[in-house]
Design a protein around this ligand. Structure first.
Ligand code: DOR
Length: 453
């Protein structure tokens, strides 16, 4: 027990680790959950800093988003760690794992440390960072700490972070597999698209400005081929592998048949809930990598998620400004923001009967904590970190551009009527978001990661 005054959440519908709900109270002591019970007697608690009356609200573990691009340092005109973390807090995301395609690239301990320092000074939620692989395979790939994994762009990237040749990938997948050396078991996360195929199809379809062509240029085959290669190399080297933003039914079928126990994969809400029809309504704002697919692909991805073939939901939050996105294809950049809407989008699916709230929280919290070896997170139980979100599952409200806290100031889901919006978000026992207001004084912490054994 700490000597800090307690935070008490009263009368919430609490999601327990076994997927059932308890109507009751949660006592938070410092940064940890101390007790979960039908009723906590205030006289047991001692000094109480604050009580939150959660009548009518549902208490969930905070979401952990395993793939975001927050643009700092170097591209702060699109987003920065402060604005992105505010969007997280308002969306119920209490921890994020961020990608290395910033300026400079995050490829060394020094550039990683710079990001950690920046995050410590301004993030209201917890943070972790990937280190980026380059063809050189810098030594820091295995020794830099703390990192959640090594990111490899097999496609859809230019410059030093593109690693698209099989012999180089083979070498990277084989690095650090000695149990007595640093970096043993370090996770590799791949953006799986076959760059050679994309290059060739870009030439084939050159001159077409309808953004729908994007899904044909970077087609299902390009994604499938790269995922097949990553799986092959992971098996060869027994390398812990994570497939980022899986987008096609073809890959989901492959995973259902062949996924080894040490491989995980994720899908984004965009690839579940939007399809190629979105180009007609929002044009280049629907452009992302890997691209949106057919309704049949969405259906197969959904089934794979429900069946446990797909492990996590990630947003691939990739903000670009309205001006950038409004340029005609192919000058428009790929990517959409997502951290503020992912939890309500998925909870709305649960409210409409497509899945359960407990499944959503497995995909968005407990499975992510387990898959990345993040200790003490992903569930509501005594002793675990007090990263929590109180959501309102009774009210529907539309996604409004003016309520988006991401610096880019738009969402591909504008106008969608959603339930499950956060009312309070708690990060390490601090109220980071409350009824429309960010607590600018709250601070997240650097996440730690236990290597796969
Ligand atoms: O659409 C995308 N945009 N996909 C990625 O993986 C990268 C991202 C970006 O950084 O803009």
């Amino acid at each position: 027990m700490t000597d800090r005054p307690a935070l008490l959440i009263r009368n919430a519908q609490i999601l327990l680790p076994d997927g059932t709900f308890l109507q009751g109270d949660v006592w938070i002591d410092g940064d940890r959950i101390h007790r979960v019970a039908p009723e906590i007697d205030a006289t047991d608690v001692g000094e109480i800093a604050r009580e939150i009356d959660a009548t009518g609200l549902t208490l969930l573990p905070g979401a952990i988003d395993p793939q975001v691009h927050f643009r700092e340092p170097g591209l702060e005109y699109k987003e920065d760690l402060r604005t992105a973390s505010h969007a997280c807090a308002k969306g119920g995301v209490t921890s994020f794992l961020e990608m290395p395609n910033t300026k400079p690239l995050t490829t060394t301990q020094a550039t990683l440390q710079d990001k950690l320092d920046r995050a410590a000074s301004k993030c209201v939620v917890n943070y972790g960072f990937f280190i980026g692989a380059t063809a050189e395979g810098l030594p820091d790939l295995l020794t830099a700490n703390p990192v959640c994994g090594i990111k490899i762009f097999m496609g859809s990237m230019h410059g030093d972070l593109l690693v698209d040749e099989e012999p180089v990938l083979d070498r990277l997948f084989g690095m650090g597999q000695d149990p007595d050396r640093p970096g043993h078991g370090r996770l590799i996360a791949v953006h799986a698209e076959n760059q050679a195929r994309i290059r060739q199809r870009r030439e084939q379809f050159a001159g077409i400005t309808d953004p729908a062509i994007h899904s044909q240029i970077q087609d299902n085959q390009a994604a499938l081929e790269a995922t097949q290669l990553a799986l092959k190399l992971s098996r060869k080297h027994r390398r812990r592998l994570h497939i980022l933003h899986m987008s096609t039914g073809d890959e989901a079928i492959l995973m259902r048949q062949e996924k080894p126990a040490w491989v995980t994969c994720e899908v984004t809400p965009q690839h579940l809930l939007l399809d190629v029809g979105a180009y007609e309504t929002i044009g280049t704002f629907a452009q992302m990598n890997p691209p949106l697919r057919s309704p049949e692909d969405c259906a197969i991805l959904w089934q794979a998620l429900l069946d446990g073939v797909i492990d996590f939901i990630a947003t691939d939050h990739a903000p670009h400004t309205l001006e950038e996105k409004a340029q005609p294809y192919p000058n428009s950049p790929s990517g959409m923001p997502g951290v503020q809407t992912s939890l309500p989008l998925m909870l709305t699916q649960a409210a409409q009967g497509r899945c359960t709230v407990a499944q959503v929280m497995q995909w968005m919290s407990s499975n992510v904590a387990r898959g990345f070896g993040i200790p003490n997170k992903g569930a509501i139980a005594p002793g675990l970190d007090a990263d929590l979100v109180l959501v309102d599952l009774k009210t529907y409200r539309p996604v409004l551009r003016e309520e988006m806290l991401s610096k880019c100031g738009w969402s591909p889901f504008e106008g969608w009527n959603l339930t499950g919006w956060p009312v309070y978000t708690i990060v390490g026992g601090q109220v980071a978001y409350e009824q429309g207001q960010i607590n600018e004084a709250a601070r997240g912490r650097a996440l730690t990661f236990e290597p796969a054994t």
